[in-house]
Structure formats: structure tokens, C-alpha cells
Design a protein around this ligand. Structure first.
Ligand code: BTN
Length: 320
């Protein structure tokens, strides 16, 4: 662990209690001047560290908005998801970055960037990712599965996001296959990319974009997109990421180690925004009104067409 991380851990550990410069210097084996320098550097990063004469230092408030590795991984009750976080200021796309390092890092590594200059959405769309406006992250996982089993991981991710938000009091739902919506508007999108050979997966990159503070959306998506702030939810980005890691690991282990799809499917059904409703299915530029019946074992959408025929839809888009 670097000294910087040790300082953060020490002040997080001491909670509401003060730690004097001397205590910190002894605990960390560095000089008091070094302690002071680190504290100042952390303040510049945004940590609100209070210092009181003769008492020492303590965190004045929880560092809710700093998506650093230390804050996310601090006492995180997961085995490997989110245990390593790479926190960037700016990057083209966290998914592209994840693919560059995918072969070199361990499964569970999370890449988070404050800003993306070339954020990617599904179907070649652009994903607006302004600095500090949201959570722009990519999770690298290395499941020992055949490539055809990988698409289900997008449902695992969607179910984990919706469960994480629900744990924090947000009424969110899933619009199949992988949009998360709040009050009928999109708040989060997921873009899964795969590196594989014929018979085995090298790694999977699960890219997740959650709009947190965005107020102005471009005209083309204004009617359809929203952010947590816009919908009245003021949540900590750190809490959301931590909850996501916890929920994802549970469902992921279930699926990869035990072949358990049920827990994910149950969440997808429970939080579905479309089951039981009439929606438009859009495929190859055609738009058809259907009734959504269910999501089946393979994660495909089961719909009833106007002529009464039941169809299984594997990919495409749905509009409410
Ligand atoms: C969609 O709904 O179209 C998917 C959007 C996915 C956006 C996220 S933001 C983090 C990650 N990096 C990217 O370039 N895209 C994903």
C-alpha cells in the first residue's frame, strides 16, 4: 500500500475521532512534515479533512463523491469485484481503456473515469460523459465460460444496478435488455464487450454509465433521458458503486460457479418496466406493437404479437 492510501485508510478508520500528526506519523512510519504534506494533497483532491489545534485531523464528512480506489474498496465486503479500482480524471472511453489492459489485470478490476471524451453507447451511439456528472465505469471480469454464455452477463449487470439503486431507496426498473429507467426515463445504460476465442472467454468488459447530476441533455434525448438529481435523488456516487459491486458479485458467482440464472432472472422480472405492458419492438428499422409476456431462461424477451403469435426476441430495442 502507498503512503497516500495508508493516510486515507488511517483517517477513515478513525471515524469521528481525531488523529494527531504525531499519532499518524508513528502509525505510518513517516515524518510529521510528510503527514502534513499528504493531508494537504488529499484536501486538494477533495477530501474534507478538518484540523483542530492540539487534537489533530479527522474527516469532516464522508468522502461520498470521490471515486478513489480507497473509498470504494474500504471495507468492501466482496471477494474480488471492486477490490482494485483505477480512477482516472479523463479518458476516451473506460471500455476502450479496459480492453487495452484486459489481459494484464485481474478479474474484478474496475475502471472509473470522471470524464469520457469518446464515451460509447450501444449500436454505435455516443454516450455523453461530462466531468463529475455521472458514474462512467467499466468492470473487467474473467469468467471461465464458453463465449455463448457471456451475453447473460449483461442481464446480471442490469439486475445488479437496479438492485443497488433499490438498496439506496431509488425506484428504478429495467427496460429489457439493459436500460435502467427512473420515472419512465433512462438513467443508466450498459455496454458489454467481449474478448474471446472460439471456446473460451479471455475477458468481458461491462461498461456502465449512470447519469447522476446531469441537468441538460441534448435535444435528441431530452425527452427520454434523466439523472438521479433530476428525479430528486441525491445519492453518493461511492455508495452506488459499492452497492453495485456487492450485488454484482453475488449474482455473478451464482451464475458462473453454480449456473444459477434464477436469481438474476427473478430480479429482471421483479423490476421489469415492460412485462405485462404494450411496447414497441424495434428491429431492422421496423416498429411493431406487442405485449410483453416474460423474460425466459435465456434472458430473451417473450412477446405476444397482434395476431396472437408468441415470439422470442433475442436482441433489439424496446420503446415504451
Ligand atoms: C447504452 O445504453 O447505449 C450503453 C451506454 C454505456 C455507457 C458506458 S459509460 C462507461 C462505459 N464506457 C463507454 O464508453 N461506454 C460505457
Amino acid at each position: 500500500m502507498f503512503v497516500r492510501e495508508k493516510v486515507i485508510k488511517a483517517i477513515l478508520d478513525s471515524g469521528e475521532n481525531f488523529m494527531s500528526g504525531e499519532q499518524l506519523s508513528k502509525k505510518l512510519g513517516i515524518s510529521r512534515t510528510a503527514v502534513w504534506k499528504h493531508i494537504n494533497a488529499l484536501r486538494e483532491e477533495g477530501y474534507n479533512i478538518e484540523s483542530v489545534n492540539k487534537k489533530g485531523y479527522r474527516l469532516a464528512e464522508k468522502p461520498d463523491d470521490i471515486l478513489s480506489s480507497e473509498n470504494i474498496a474500504y471495507n468492501l465486503p466482496t471477494e474480488f469485484i471492486g477490490k482494485k479500482v483505477i480512477h482516472l480524471d479523463t479518458v476516451g472511453s473506460t471500455n476502450d481503456y479496459a480492453k487495452e489492459i484486459g489481459n494484464k489485470v485481474s478479474g474484478g478490476t474496475l475502471i472509473i473515469s470522471e470524464q469520457q471524451t469518446k464515451g460509447k453507447g450501444r449500436l454505435g451511439r455516443v454516450w455523453k460523459s461530462k466531468s463529475g456528472d455521472g458514474i462512467w465505469m467499466s468492470l473487467i471480469i474473467k469468467p471461465k465460460i464458453e463465449p455463448y454464455k457471456a451475453p447473460f452477463l449483461t442481464l446480471v449487470a442490469g439486475a445488479s444496478v437496479v438492485k443497488a439503486l433499490s438498496n439506496l431507496g431509488v425506484e428504478a426498473s429495467i427496460k429489457w435488455p439493459n436500460d435502467i429507467i427512473v420515472h419512465n426515463k433512462k438513467i443508466c445504460g450498459i455496454l458489454t464487450e467481449l474478448s474471446a476465442e472460439m471456446e473460451r472467454v479471455n475477458y468481458v468488459v461491462i461498461g456502465i454509465g449512470i447519469n447522476i447530476k446531469t441537468i441538460d441533455f441534448p435535444d435528441e434525448i431530452k425527452e427520454k433521458a434523466t439523472s438521479l438529481y433530476k428525479e430528486g435523488y441525491k445519492l453518493s456516487r461511492v455508495d452506488i458503486v459499492r452497492q453495485f459491486c456487492i450485488e454484482f458479485e453475488k449474482l455473478y458467482k451464482g451464475y458462473i460457479l453454480d449456473g444459477n440464472k434464477q436469481d438474476t432472472l427473478e430480479l429482471c422480472r421483479k423490476y421489469s418496466a415492460i412485462i405485462g405492458k404494450q411496447v414497441y419492438v424495434i428491429k431492422n428499422n421496423k416498429r411493431e406493437l406487442v405485449k410483453c409476456i416474460d423474460i425466459n431462461e435465456n434472458g430473451n424477451l417473450i412477446v405476444k404479437e397482434k395476431n396472437g403469435e408468441i415470439q422470442e426476441i433475442m436482441s433489439g430495442e424496446v420503446s415504451i
